[in-house]
Design a protein around this ligand. Sequence first.
Ligand SMILES: [Fe+2]
Ligand SMILES: [Fe+2]
Length: 165
Amino acid sequence: MVSKKMEKALNEQLTKEMYSSHLYLSMAAYFESLNWPGFGTWMKIQAQEEMGHAMKIYGYLNGQNGRVLLAGLDAPETEWKSPLEAFKAANKHEQFITASINELMALAIDEKDFATQAFLQWFVTEQVEEEASTQDVVDKLTLIKDAPQGMFMLDRALAQRGAGA
Ligand SMILES: [Fe+2]
Ligand SMILES: [Fe+2]
C-alpha cells in the first residue's frame, strides 16, 4: 500500500520515464537522419530501457494497490546543433531525472515508506550509471570535435550496444 501522495509522485515519475523514452527515440531519429547508425542504435536501446523503467513503476504501483494513471507527454525536441549538443542534452536530462528520483526517495523517507525506499534504491543506482554513460559520450565527442575518423570510430563503438555490449 502506498499513500495517495506517493501514488501521485510515482505516477509523475512514470510519465517522466516515458518522456525520457520519447526524447531518446527522437534523438535516435536525429542521429539516423545524419547517417550515424551506431549513435541511432545506442539511442533506440536507451529509449527501450526508459520504457522499461516506466514499466517497473507501473508494476510496483499495481502491486501496491496503487492506480496507474497515464498523462500526456510533451513533444520532444527533434533537432540539435550537433551530436555533441544532443548528448549534452541527454546528460542534462539524466541529471534532471536523478533530482526527481532523489525527491521521491526523500518523500519515501519522510513517510517512513520502507517498501518504496527499497524499490527506489534500484533507480538511485541506475541514475549513477545513466549520468556516467551519457557523460562518457560527451567527453569522447568533445575530444573528437569534428574529426571524421573519430566520429566513424565512435559510431561503430556505439553500435556495439545493439550487439549486447
Ligand atoms: Fe530512466
Ligand atoms: Fe535514463
